[in-house]
Write a protein that binds this ligand. Structure first.
Ligand SMILES: Nc1ncnc2c1ncn2[C@@H]1O[C@H](COP(=O)(O)OP(=O)(O)O)[C@@H](O)[C@H]1O
Ligand SMILES: [Mg+2]
Length: 294
């Protein structure tokens, strides 16, 4: 008989800890216990965003300023709880300087809340409300940060396709550092076509065709143009007309004053043929060149 002899007390302690960690993980339904936050540790303050099944608040976690995304549904539908779990599990895995930092979650119904670092602005706010001058150099800087975040997301296996790139889903701090947020559509189980924000949707999504991470590249192109034009894509156009326009190859107007290096990137990104669109690695290289040329 083979007897496993462990004499080192530190090793025994490590094995006991590993065993109890595993037990707790199983009890938590797959969610790691290491990031559970008791609801009492949170102080929820004013609402800063959200809609549908979740609202985002500013608040404190044991005295530290944080953002708190709370899920609620008076009927406590299984679907809502599932969507909450998926968003938490997706974000909890991610570590990147340009992805909103996950801090923990309260996973015990009725209190379902995700806690993340708090950022002062969204890119939508910076574009349309803050009254700040967003010059071309700043636009290229922001775009480079975003491209790096997406190199990371798309290189994960399975790839994380965000599927809702638009200014409201990027957060900006006072040093112009930008971070991706809102992984609500990114979890793979909800990968039904058509979801997302229509004005940023690639033709293959309007057509209910198979799609891949290149839908993010398309939306990035639309958003890059928006950052230059400072005007929402297809503003005021009814959705059936947006659909017809996009499928006919029409795109939002690129301002005539847009530097050619940037116009080139925008047009490559929103190509009708998804295989003709660049990867974020290539976009990052093109942006590097563009920043030298500005
Ligand atoms: N960490 C955060 N710091 C500051 N504001 C945030 C934060 N997270 C979200 N917000 C604000 O709340 C809004 C909605 O959050 P989001 O995660 O995109 O939820 P939804 O799924 O409802 O779109 C964002 O557009 C942003 O304005
Ligand atoms: Mg959002």
């Amino acid at each position: 008989m083979l007897v496993l002899q462990i004499k080192d007390p530190a090793e025994i302690e490590r094995l006991i800890k590993e065993n109890s960690d595993l037990k707790r993980q199983i009890a938590g339904g797959g969610a790691s216990s290491s990031y559970q936050i008791p609801y009492e540790d949170l102080e929820v303050q004013d609402q800063i965003g959200g809609g549908g099944f979740s609202l985002v608040y500013r608040g404190f976690w044991k005295g530290t300023p944080v953002a708190i995304k709370k899920w609620f549904d008076p009927n406590h539908s299984e679907q809502m709880v599932q969507e909450f779990r998926e968003e938490v599990m997706t974000l909890a895995e991610l570590r990147h300087p340009h992805v909103m930092q996950f801090l923990g979650a309260c996973m015990k119904p009725p209190h379902l809340a995700m806690v993340t670092e708090h950022m002062p602005f969204s890119l939508h706010h910076v574009l349309y409300q803050a009254g700040v001058e967003l010059d071309r150099k700043k636009v290229v800087g922001l775009a480079q940060d975003i491209a790096r975040a997406f190199i990371y997301l798309h290189s994960r296996r399975p790839a994380i396709v965000h599927r809702d790139i638009k200014p409201a889903n990027f957060l900006v701090d006072r040093a112009w550092k930008v971070k991706v947020c809102d992984f609500g559509l990114a979890s793979n189980s909800k990968a039904q076509a058509g979801a997302g924000t229509p004005q940023y949707m690639a033709p293959e999504l309007w057509d209910n065709k198979a799609y891949n991470e290149k839908v993010d590249v398309y939306a990035f192109g639309v958003m890059l143009n928006e950052l230059v034009a400072k005007e929402p894509p297809f503003a005021g156009m009814p959705l059936p007309e947006v659909r017809a326009a996009v499928l006919a190859g029409k795109r939002p107007e690129v301002p005539l004053s847009c530097p050619r290096v940037i116009t080139d990137i925008i047009k490559k990104c929103w190509a009708a043929d998804s295989t003709a669109r660049p990867s974020f690695l290539q976009i990052n290289d093109m942006l590097k060149e563009a920043s030298k040329a500005l």
